[in-house]
Design a protein around this ligand. Structure first.
Ligand SMILES: Cc1ncc(COP(=O)(O)O)c(C=O)c1O
Length: 350
């Protein structure tokens, strides 16, 4: 019953097989191999436009370097309160951007609210005395397991573009978002005003495969240099490419993401009908946030369930934790089994 994180899951057989096959012979280093070239072409096909692809080792590097690519001295980056870039990355963005400032915008269940963005942009106008509005970053799927429907995403990016901002998407769980929405990767990115994205694959079945995708090659001329200086030009890049190739082949990435989302839905259904716990908010991707009584949490842990307690500040205004309750986070992955979910719900109900 491991619901700690999709980062705790292993690697899919498809990706492992591709790694073994890529290990057969010598190949040019630093991305000059044929698999890397194929993967770049594959990404262009996937996104239905020419893209520039830069592999990096971690999602944190993908975020920080993407945002650094649009660096402006004294620049401001608008993100959500829960954004991984502001909560979990130890100032990586501030570091790589020479101290650009992250400004948090209020959310509902991790989703940036249009009115909140408008109000924040009014507070930080172009030419104002607090810094230069430069970037908007949104996470899809969000840190709260929710996803931006196309119209919501487009309303945000329209507002951002009107304010002259470059738009970045943190797609650490992009597969889960695509699987949850009836929209194409192109519609969810550049067709909706996204300029650059972090495309994550590690959480959804790879060993370590993260990429920065630029919609429109050459738009960020310093990105290649920044990646080199940051130490993210992987020497044996063919192994990263091989992972992506297997990941994207035959919709493998959507199959694993659909499974993870379905396991999360099974958890949500079990929790909502349990009578002993309730959902902090509804979510659509592979993360579930229930409110559970403390003795029940202890019982679940004693039965071998693994999960993290979660910060309750994301709860909607009208939802309060009782003294005896905590908010927890459950994450499903490609490796989550239905019987694990059912066992969790069984323990919850005893
Ligand atoms: C939304 C989001 N973005 C970025 C990251 C960063 O990924 P990494 O741990 O590979 O640096 C994570 C990792 O949990 C994440 O959840």
């Amino acid at each position: 019953m491991n619901f700690a994180s999709d980062n705790w899951a292993g690697i899919t057989d498809a990706v492992m097989g591709a790694l073994i096959r890529a290990n057969g012979d010598f190949a040019p280093a630093y991305g000059n191999d044929t698999v890397s070239a194929r993967v770049t072409a594959r990404f262009s096909e996937l996104f239905e436009t020419d893209v520039e692809v830069h592999f990096v080792a971690t999602g944190t590097a993908a975020n920080a370097l993407s945002l650094a690519a649009a660096t402006v001295p004294g620049g401001l980056i608008f993100c959500t309160t829960e954004a991984h870039v502001t909560t979990d990355e130890f100032g990586a963005t501030e570091f790589y951007t020479n101290g650009m400032k992250l400004i948090s915008v209020a959310t509902r269940a991790g989703l940036m609210q249009l009115e909140a963005l408008e109000a924040t942009l009014r507070r930080y106008p172009k030419g104002g005395r607090f810094g230069h509005p430069t970037l908007l970053t949104v996470t899809q799927a969000t840190e709260c397991g929710t996803v931006y429907p196309l119209d919501h995403l487009r309303a945000l990016t329209r507002q951002a573009r009107a304010a002259g901002l470059t738009v970045h998407m943190d797609g650490a769980r992009f597969g889960n978002a695509v699987a949850a929405l009836d929209a194409t990767p192109a519609e969810l990115t550049w067709k909706s005003g996204v300029d650059i994205m972090s495309f994550g694959a590690s959480k959804n079945g790879c060993l370590g495969a993260e990429a920065i995708i630029v919609f429109g090659p050459g738009r960020f001329p310093h990105l290649a240099t920044l990646r080199q200086r940051a130490g993210h030009v992987v020497s044996k890049a063919r192994f990263v490419a091989a992972q992506f190739e297997a990941y994207l082949d035959a919709d493998n990435w959507l199959k694993t993401a659909r499974h993870a989302n379905a396991m999360a839905a099974r958890l949500r259904h079990g929790i909502a009908s349990s009578g002993t716990a309730r959902l902090g908010w509804d979510s659509e991707a592979n993360e579930v946030f229930p409110i559970v009584a403390k003795p029940t949490i202890a019982r679940l842990k004693a039965a071998g369930a693994q999960f993290y307690d979660w910060d309750a500040t994301s709860l909607p205004e009208n939802t309060r934790l009782g003294d005896d309750e905590d908010l927890i986070r459950l994450v499903a992955s490609f490796a989550t089994r239905p019987d694990e979910v059912d066992h969790f719900i069984e323990v919850l109900n005893t």
